[in-house]
Design a protein around this ligand. Sequence first.
Ligand SMILES: [Zn+2]
Ligand SMILES: [Zn+2]
Length: 160
Amino acid sequence: MYSCAKCPGQSLVRIERGSGLSFACPECRGQMIGIGVLRQLLPKPVVNTLWQTAIRSPDSGTAHCPGCTMAMQTFMTPVPGGTLTLDVCKRCCLIWFDDQELEALSRPEPTEKELSPESKVAMAKFQVEWERQQIENRPIGTGQGWEAFLYWLKMPSTGC
Ligand SMILES: [Zn+2]
Ligand SMILES: [Zn+2]
């Protein structure tokens, strides 16, 4: 049985979804969803962007993966009207959603034109922040910062 990423000692309950399983915490209403199931719950571009962001996340958070119990990584992803901070386990290929976070992602994605000025600012800030992190995390002169940036632009698929 899996334990909640956020509530010590709390077991997760199985939720049958049409296309697969997820596990939710009755206490905090957080939810653990594998990337494979997520791909069937959300539009493909949303999941791809989410996962690309997740696998580049360098920050260890306080949540522990229900699957392997290791510290999960936190990452930010832009959503209509703001940003979400989510937790990911790259080993288990799963993402932890706190209450309402999955709902925030499930909302229909506005097209570029429909984005509010606030969302555009949030997305721009997010990208600047991401680039800054890449530069800070890597020694200058190796070219890796730029490689990572180009990698980011190309949005390659992953093994998950
Ligand atoms: Zn919980
Ligand atoms: Zn894990």
